[in-house]
Design a protein around this ligand. Structure first.
Ligand SMILES: Cc1cc2nc3c(=O)[nH]c(=O)nc-3n(C[C@H](O)[C@H](O)[C@H](O)COP(=O)(O)OP(=O)(O)OC[C@H]3O[C@@H](n4cnc5c(N)ncnc54)[C@H](O)[C@@H]3O)c2cc1C
Length: 332
């Protein structure tokens, strides 16, 4: 794709992961007819079903995206690919495309290295079994870093792992575990998608509360005409510690860094809110200020500007137990 000198008229993308979404949306915005098909409902790195559904609906305003697609037939016809699928209403649709883009994951390129001759234990893909902490393969002076180990196929993780693997190789047989930074992932779609800290799917049920931020009525996002987005912030019910966040929305890459640094510092929501927030920026609404008190009460807040200053702000709070939504205005 990156070698194309001209744009095709149509592309079918398989895999709405990070790469499929970024490239699919870019092609669509360049005027290419795009359909994106996924399996099992997954979308980007998101695991929170509410955020996932919101993101899917946002992208569907621009191009056809079915994260849970049912493709029934696919064949090559000359220079084209013919795909038959059931649309969301269950109707059978057949479409022709100039290209099929398979963005369904990458495999470590270890073929041809002769690893089978090393005596290392290999998995079914031929990748050596390794310790995810030290990156050491068995007890051998062999280390595996970056996309080849497929733990976290991200550039900053590959760089950290490369350094750690190199240090362990140099100090072998003394090897030490790699110190990981706070989990951080950004999808460069529009709106962006981001995840920080623990993902929703990994949180222990009943032990966390969720703060909810909508970017739809957020001042700065509205002025930029980017007021599309929804964030969930997770906090430990007992300690008030920030556990993680998943969202789609404007300036997610910037918010993600603030949240990742907070996560790595082990901050509580209260400590995060004691930090300065300037007006008018997108970050003003994150994290929702009542997340801290929710930790004790178990209540969930829908949207809450926590800006300080002499401003009137509309606020919404939502008590999940009573399903009651309260709207009001207050002077801060
Ligand atoms: C389209 C795309 C977009 C991405 N966007 C992002 C992003 O926005 N942010 C982010 O953090 N990450 C992103 N990534 C992931 C990121 O690029 C990788 O995680 C990172 O490059 C991994 O670094 P690495 O050194 O492990 O592997 P690579 O960067 O792939 O380097 C491996 C090198 O080894 C060489 N090689 C392969 N096999 C052999 C062999 N047998 N012998 C010798 N050399 C060999 C390859 O030619 C290559 O030069 C993206 C990836 C793709 C494909």
């Amino acid at each position: 794709m990156f070698a194309w000198e001209d744009l095709p008229a149509s592309v079918v993308v398989f895999g709405p992961g990070v790469i499929g979404l970024e490239l699919g949306q870019a092609l669509s915005r360049l005027g290419v007819r795009v359909r994106v098909f996924g399996v099992s409902g997954s979308l980007g790195p998101l695991t929170d079903p509410v955020i996932r559904a919101y993101a899917a609906s946002t992208f569907n305003d621009e191009f056809y995206l079915d994260p849970n697609a049912r493709v029934t037939e696919m064949e090559r016809d000359g220079d084209q690919v013919v795909v038959t699928y059931l649309d969301r209403e269950g109707r059978s649709v057949t479409e022709r495309f100039d290209y099929a883009l398979a963005a369904t994951g990458r495999e470590p390129n270890v073929r041809g290295l002769g690893l089978e001759n090393t005596g290392l234990a290999l998995d079914q893909r031929g990748v050596p079994l390794f310790d995810a902490q030290t990156l050491q393969c068995g007890n051998a002076p062999v280390f595996i870093a970056g996309d080849a180990n497929n733990i976290l196929p991200l550039l900053h993780e590959a760089a950290d792992e490369g350094k750690a693997a190199g240090e362990n190789a140099a100090s072998y047989p003394q090897v030490k575990p790699l110190a990981r930074r706070a989990p951080l992932a950004v999808v460069f779609s529009d709106p962006q998608i981001a995840m920080v800290g623990q993902c929703y799917a990994d949180l222990a049920e009943g032990h966390f509360v969720t703060g909810r931020v909508s970017f739809e009525d957020q001042g700065r996002s509205r002025v930029m005409l980017k007021n599309r987005g929804l964030m969930h912030v997770y906090a430990d019910k007992a300690t008030g510690c920030f556990l993680g966040a998943e969202w789609t929305g404007p300036r997610a890459e910037n918010i993600a860094h603030l949240l990742a640094w907070s996560y790595q510092q082990g901050l509580t929501i209260g400590q995060m809110l004691a930090m300065p927030f300037y007006h008018p920026v997108v970050m003003e609404w994150t994290p929702p200020s009542e997340t801290a008190s929710m930790c004790q009460s178990g209540k969930c807040v829908e949207a809450q500007p926590h800006r300080r200053g002499r401003h009137h702000e509309r606020y919404y709070s939502w008590d999940r137990s009573s399903q009651e939504r309260v709207t009001g205005a207050r002077r801060e």
